[in-house]
Design a protein around this ligand. Structure first.
Ligand code: GLU
Length: 428
């Protein structure tokens, strides 16, 4: 039998598996699992964009609002040549769970454009970003669906998008998007929030994860915004960064790599391999980074980097998922059997969406907070939820991943049940 194309969603199937595993530990009505097992709405659009040479190019784009029981849907927009609807819906599902783990008043959403942004000029990227907002305008809004940066998008892209949205709405709408430039209502502390949140998780559970007794060596896979900030937070705390990689190469140095130097070289040359030759730093095959000798491995790039083919090579004691979905379910099993603890993405990288929430609140209140207040509030939430997930993992004798999903599902279940059991009657 041929599987119809629209029924083929291997990534979302994997994610649903996490939900089913969590449901085994809770008393959840099957209709709730059914609701959370598929997206509320997804839209595909063709964006026509004028290139600098006056030709037009078309790009496929998506926006998914996975579930909005707990609030407006929230999640980033990525620009990537391998983007697909399956990936967008899976990432939107993860956002729903992440917001529930942090107890934010948001549901889950996500968007993407299938494009390699490195092939576009700045002006072309701006026109593409504006076309995205025009296409999905009916779906989005400050109280409906709130985008943010993700892979290959940044504050500049958010700035163009909020400008386009406000023009269409006929009034300034800063709360429409988060991760904006500060000059347009962005929040202090948003740019390093993902890494800062992950760092709080490490510090909060350092003893429990046995990180306090190991040699504090770290490898970071992916050296974009989150990876760079994580390197400096860990470096400042006495951890030793021994391995780094990006999409173009990798470097290793058993004596440690200066995180500030690495960030400077990355900004100047665009590649970590340009560090090779400095202070005993050597290049290595990027595929070998996950197998390098270290205590803490931080995947900070894309999904499925640690999978059934390479999970057995991991030597680290702990994996902190700063990327979304970097470890596949099959790899999870191999790692668990080998005693490697995985701190799951929906906790480890949730600092970003948490400060996005602070940004949205500030925009709605038109009252802006000092950096100290952002940092204090972020730490309090990260500490609270890291502890809760660790305790739940102990109580249920499950992995941190399963306990994070139990924690999320419990909150989603409570919200759905509180909304009544008779459902929305779509036949009305
Ligand atoms: N893209 C980030 C994530 O995956 C941030 C999302 C947001 O701030 O809404 O968590």
């Amino acid at each position: 039998m041929v599987t119809p194309v629209e029924e083929f969603h291997p990534q979302l199937d994997n994610a649903r598996g996490l939900l089913l595993e969590a449901a085994r530990h809770l008393d959840v009505h099957p209709s709730i699992i059914e609701q959370l097992g598929s997206p509320k709405e997804s839209m595909t659009a063709r964006l026509m964009v004028r290139m600098d040479d006056n030709t037009e190019r078309s790009f496929t784009a998506w926006r998914c609002r996975y579930d909005d029981t707990k609030g407006p849907t929230k999640g980033g927009i990525r620009f990537h040549p391998d983007a697909s609807l399956d990936e967008v819906e899976t990432l939107a599902f993860r956002m729903m769970c992440k917001c529930a783990v942090m107890n934010l008043p948001f549901g889950g959403g996500k968007g993407a454009v299938r494009v390699d942004p490195r092939t576009l000029s700045r002006a072309e990227l701006e026109r593409l970003s504006r076309a995205y907002v025009r296409a999905f305008y009916p779906l989005m809004g400050p109280d409906r669906d709130i985008p943010a940066p993700d892979v290959n998008t940044n504050a500049s892209v958010m700035g163009w998008m909020v400008d386009e949205y406000s023009a269409l709405a006929g009034k300034p709408q800063p709360a429409f998007i988060t991760g904006k430039p500060i000059a347009l209502g962005g929040s202090l502390g948003r740019s390093d929030a993902t890494a800062r949140g992950g760092f709080h998780v490490v510090k909060n559970l350092e003893k429990e994860l046995n990180l306090a007794d190991c040699d504090k060596t770290v490898c970071i896979q992916g050296f974009g915004n989150a990876g760079q900030h994580m390197a400096t937070f860990l470096h400042n705390d006495g951890y030793k960064i021994v391995g780094l990689s990006d999409s173009r190469g990798a470097v290793y140095c058993a004596d440690g790599i200066d995180a500030y130097e690495a960030v400077r070289v990355k900004h100047e040359t665009g590649m970590v391999s340009a560090l090779a030759g400095m202070n005993g730093i050597q290049t290595m095959d990027p595929d070998d980074l996950i197998a390098a000798d270290c205590c803490l491995l931080v995947p900070a790039a894309l999904e499925e980097m640690i999978n059934k083919d390479n999970a057995h090579r991991v030597k680290a004691k702990v994996i902190l998922e700063l990327a979304n979905g970097p470890v596949t379910p099959k790899a999870d099993k191999i790692l668990e059997d080998n005693g490697v603890i995985v701190v799951p993405d929906i906790l480890a990288n949730a600092g970003g969406v948490t400060v996005s929430y602070f940004e949205w609140v500030q925009n709605l209140q038109m009252f802006y907070w000092e950096l100290d207040e952002i940092h204090t509030r972020l730490k309090a939430i990260m500490d609270r939820e890291s502890r809760a997930i660790w305790e739940l993992a102990k109580a249920t004798k499950t992995s941190m991943r399963t306990s994070a999903y139990i924690h999320a599902l419990r909150r989603l279940n409570d919200a759905i049940e509180a909304g009544g059991t008779q459902g929305h009657d779509d036949s009305r």
